[in-house]
Design a protein around this ligand. Structure first.
Ligand SMILES: CC(C)(COP(=O)(O)OP(=O)(O)OC[C@H]1O[C@@H](n2cnc3c(N)ncnc32)[C@H](O)[C@@H]1OP(=O)(O)O)[C@@H](O)C(=O)NCCC(=O)NCCS
Length: 195
């Protein structure tokens, strides 16, 4: 029997650029104009941005959406807009992003997430990350995906651990884009090899 959704000559897994991925509770999709306002709101929330150098202004938030969409257009993978299927609410992003800054492990492909507080504590980040990792390993055959966050961001590190990623403390590093002596300068690195 054919897999659900399969059609002759149209294999969803091999499609060069699916416009969305679906999980049990979430839709991971390309960005829409209506996402910009709630995205700017979460980027301006000091709780969401606690482990970053600073919250983002509206223009910086919009610029990030532009860069994410450009990257999808050029490469076919990126940071998906995450929507809760049941409510159709946009709650943030999860997905893959190139790590190009100067570090012993770069260039690399990174998995990352940033959700509005209303999306925390439900397992959404882990569920969305699993789907985007699978997509990256299957469709783009990345050999390894990494994830990084500040030593202080234990919530994010828990997501990495739940994804089966592993940390070698020897990989810990000072993020070159964080000012010297800043409380979030020291970062941990988690790695996941293609299954
Ligand atoms: C990092 C971040 C995405 C983590 O969110 P999170 O909700 O803690 O992570 P998950 O989506 O994996 O959810 C896990 C929690 O959901 C709970 N949960 C509830 N229902 C669940 C379900 N059906 N399935 C799984 N977990 C569920 C779990 O118990 C767990 O809580 P706990 O860790 O306190 O025990 C979120 O805190 C965030 O967006 N932070 C700001 C941005 C940021 O720091 N990004 C990372 C920068 S590197």
């Amino acid at each position: 029997m054919a897999a659900p959704g399969a059609e002759v000559g149209k294999d969803p897994v091999m499609s060069p650029m699916p416009s969305e991925l679906q999980t049990e509770r979430l839709v991971l999709r390309r960005w829409r104009a209506a996402d910009r306002e709630p995205f700017a709101a979460l980027n301006a929330d000091p709780v969401v941005m606690e482990h970053f150098v600073a919250p983002l202004a509206r223009a910086e938030s919009d610029d990030l959406v532009d860069r994410i969409e450009d990257h999808f257009d050029q490469e076919g993978w990126g940071l998906w807009a995450v929507e809760v299927t049941e409510t159709s609410r946009f709650i943030g992003f999860t997905g893959l992003w190139p790590a190009t800054f100067e570090a012993p492990f770069t260039p690399a492909v990174e998995v990352g997430w940033r959700l509005a507080q209303e999306g925390w504590g439900r397992g959404y980040a882990t569920e969305a990350a699993r789907a985007s990792l699978r997509d990256g390993f299957e469709r783009f055959a990345f050999d390894e995906v990494v994830s990084m966050t500040s030593l202080t961001n234990t919530r994010s590190q828990r997501v990495m651990q739940k994804l089966g990623m592993t940390r070698d403390p020897a990989d810990d590093f000072d993020h070159p884009n964080v000012p010297d002596g800043h409380r979030i300068q020291r970062h941990v690195l988690y790695r996941l090899t293609r299954p």
